[in-house]
Write a protein that binds this ligand. Structure first.
Ligand code: BDP
Length: 697
């Protein structure tokens, strides 16, 4: 059990009654059609059922005497057409599916039906999930379709196979051996994505390299696209804005220059010739040193529209990132994306999505939702979440991120009155957009278990599940994942879910409680670094964000400060801007608060900070205790792996707690409450510490 099989383990069903019911219901398997996608369906159902049922399932061309599982579309299967379900299929669109138990001529059938082959594949994965999680399949009548159209992974993979902010080995894309060699990993990657409904993948880093747009690389990308296609996974590339200069030999990349426009058109023609269903481009422009339209005095819409025009004839899209900020700009970094993009609402082409990070700073352990959500009614906004744990303990920390994703998706923007959630903005229902999207920065690499930490798999999984259906709860998703990845035994499922559901809050507590943010170490972002100051960019220091002084701590973003709260719709602005009403989890995000201010618990702010940091460490220790008690329920290999990682996490938690409290204490000048564990070392020790020595603390 090295984790390679992810949640697709297909081992024998252990519950004897369920096993016999499943064997009974699936006397034979009928998969109709002959497309590559249908071949993938057949293969997946066959291997899944063989494993789960512990016997070779009979595969037939048409339903015969025994109860059958029938998968197909009305177009490929006369049997399905004749069941009269076409009307039920209509509203399910081109990716949805129906799972139905039905009787025909006195015989029982289970249908996996859809309008399209890819719908059949998604339905097949759902059906297998029902077996994997030991559900009753005798009276199925359920349909499902995605709420969001483009459900995309963003790989921050470089062409030399390093992965920016990747903590699970190297890039999966073996450019050297492509296009000839198709690694089985590519297929397994596509299978895993399809099983959770992910339908797009951006192969390359947003800090882009123009080389990927040269002919040699396009051929390699085309080979990947061919491998992924049966699984409904489209490829996208990042477009370096200066590519016309770097690989095109032009003098400029000005989007208003006809020769530049022509270059991108020709480049798109070339790409689509090799990859007819190429998804389009993701662009990071004029951000953190990347080139962009502003280099030529043009705005973001002018840049995006040029690329959009190039891919439009082929149905391609442009995902243009709103992650922009500039240290020359004196205003609060949290306000800059809104200031830049809001005035451009209505000026983007129809095939452009503006991709917005969940919060206004940068994937912090916790951020309030980005004020752009709800605020650009004429522009489809795409959500960007980070799955890789750049700011959340990286590869060694257990942090189940579904609750964090849900916190943003469920947040109410009040854009059109109460109930205008962020989820409704990105699924298009709020402002009536049919072009919709959601992206997750991948945590996947060449590590045998894909994600470094076994529990990192749950974040890939939950991103996909929420991208498909954001109304799912974190608990439901964790339940599915634990059962499929480990076991259905309740004695394991319940406690491990408890670990998962509390884990994000635990990490927030020991890193950035009460709305603190961006206090991590310089550059690598792993450990604590609240003391970071005097760097060439103020907006990359920690003191810019926590603003601790002898009076208190926190960033005043109210009227008396940067007034970032005013970017939210009035009810939200009022709530966040009011010291008494702001949710405590965002307290120091929006307010500079005195050390002796009484918080909800009745403690002073300083004492509360100390308790929160300590709670974080205790939270990790609780996870350790629960996990230790699971030894009997789980294979030794994964047990030891997770155990060791939790030990590292405990050290990390103490490191964060002690370093941050000692540092903030130099301002608060108040004691750490008596009943709490005291820091093991001096502040100087932590400031000198090189993270690579942490396990030795
Ligand atoms: C930051 C990362 C940096 C990325 C940047 C981005 O530290 O590596 O390039 O985001 O999203 O979080 O563009």
């Amino acid at each position: 059990e090295d984790g390679y099989r992810l949640w697709q383990r297909y081992d024998l069903v252990q519950d004897a009654a369920k096993l016999s019911a499943y064997r009974q219901a699936i006397g034979e398997l009928v998969v109709t059609g002959d497309s590559p996608t249908i071949a993938a369906v057949r293969k997946e159902l066959q291997s899944g059922l063989n494993g789960l049922l512990g016997q070779a399932v009979k595969v037939s061309q048409a339903p015969g005497q025994s109860p059958a599982l029938v998968a197909g579309t009305p177009a490929s299967s006369a049997f399905i057409k004749n069941t009269g379900i076409t009307d039920r299929l209509k509203p399910l669109g081109d990716e949805g599916y129906l799972l139905l138990s039905t009787q025909q001529n006195g015989r029982s059938y289970t249908l996996i039906a859809a309008n399209s082959d890819i719908g059949v594949l998604y339905g097949s994965f759902h059906f297998l999930r029902l077996l994997q999680t030991n559900q009753d399949i005798s009276k199925l009548s359920l349909s499902s379709k995605p709420k969001i159209r483009h459900r995309v992974l963003n790989h921050w993979d470089n062409l030399d196979r390093t992965v920016e902010r990747g903590y699970s080995g190297f890039s999966l894309w073996d450019w050297h051996r492509l296009p000839d060699y198709i690694d089985q990993r590519y297929i397994d990657y596509a299978r895993a994505n399809a099983s959770i409904g992910i339908n797009g993948t951006v192969l390359t880093n947003v800090n882009a390299n123009a080389l990927v747009l040269t002919a040699d690389y396009i051929a390699k990308v085309a080979a990947l696209a061919d491998a992924f296609r049966p699984y409904g996974l489209k490829v996208y590339l990042t477009a370096r804005f200066s590519a016309p200069i770097e690989i095109g030999g032009l003098k400029t990349a000005d989007p208003q220059e006809p020769q530049v426009q022509a270059w991108w058109k020709e480049k798109s023609d070339e790409i689509y010739k090799a990859i007819p269903d190429f998804g389009g481009f993701l662009v990071k422009a004029n951000s953190e040193g990347q080139p962009g339209p502003q280099n030529y005095g043009r705005n973001h819409a002018e840049g995006a529209n040029m690329l959009a025009d190039a891919v439009a004839p082929y149905g391609g899209i442009v995902m243009w990132r709103a992650f922009v900020y500039d240290d020359k700009e004196p205003d609060d970094r949290a306000k800059q994306a809104y200031n830049e993009f809001k005035p451009l609402d209505g000026t983007f082409r129809d095939n452009v999505l503006v991709q917005v990070k969940n919060g206004a700073i940068d994937f912090q352990p916790r951020e309030p939702f980005h004020p752009l959500f709800g605020a650009m009614p004429k522009t489809p906004l795409m959500m960007e979440f980070q799955i890789t744990q750049e700011y959340l303990g990286q590869g060694t920390s257990l942090a189940y991120l579904s609750p964090m994703y849900k916190e943003t998706l469920d947040a109410d923007t009040h854009a059109k009155g109460k109930g205008s959630t962020v989820a409704k903005d990105i699924d298009g229902t709020l402002h009536k957009h049919s072009l919709t999207g959601i992206a997750g920065v991948a945590n996947i690499g060449t590590d045998r278990n894909w994600t470094g930490h076994h529990f990192g798999q749950a974040n890939w999984y939950s991103f996909g599940r929420l991208a498909w259906d954001h109304s799912l709860s974190s608990e439901e998703i964790a339940d599915e994942w634990v059962r499929m990845t480990f076991t259905n035994t309740l004695a394991f499922v319940k406690p491990v879910k408890e670990i998962m559901l509390g884990s994000h809050e635990t990490v927030v507590n020991y890193m950035t409680p009460l709305g603190l943010h961006h206090i991590m170490a310089w550059d690598h972002h792993y450990g604590p670094g609240p003391w970071i100051k005097d760097k060439h960019r103020a907006d990359w220091t920690s003191v810019y964000y926590h603003k601790a002084d002898e009076n208190g701590i926190g960033f005043d973003r109210t009227k008396t400060g940067s007034n970032a709260v005013a970017q939210y719709f009035p009810p939200v602005a009022k709530q966040f801007g009011n010291l008494k009403q702001v949710p405590e989890k965002y307290l120091l995000w929006f307010h500079h608060v005195g050390w002796d201010y009484k918080v909800k618990s009745g403690r002073t702010l300083w004492d509360e900070l100390c308790y929160r940091y300590s709670d974080g460490v205790k939270g990790v220790q609780q996870m350790q205790q629960i996990w230790d008690s699971m030894q009997e329920q789980v294979d030794e290999e994964r047990f030891q792996h997770v155990k060791t990682f939790l030990n590292m996490q405990e050290k990390e938690a103490k490191w964060w707690r002690d370093a941050c409290l000692l540092y903030f204490q130099t301002f608060s000048k108040r004691p750490i409450p008596q009943d709490l564990e005291k820091p093991a070392y001096t502040l100087e020790h932590y400031m000198r510490l090189d993270p690579k020595f942490v396990p030795g603390i």
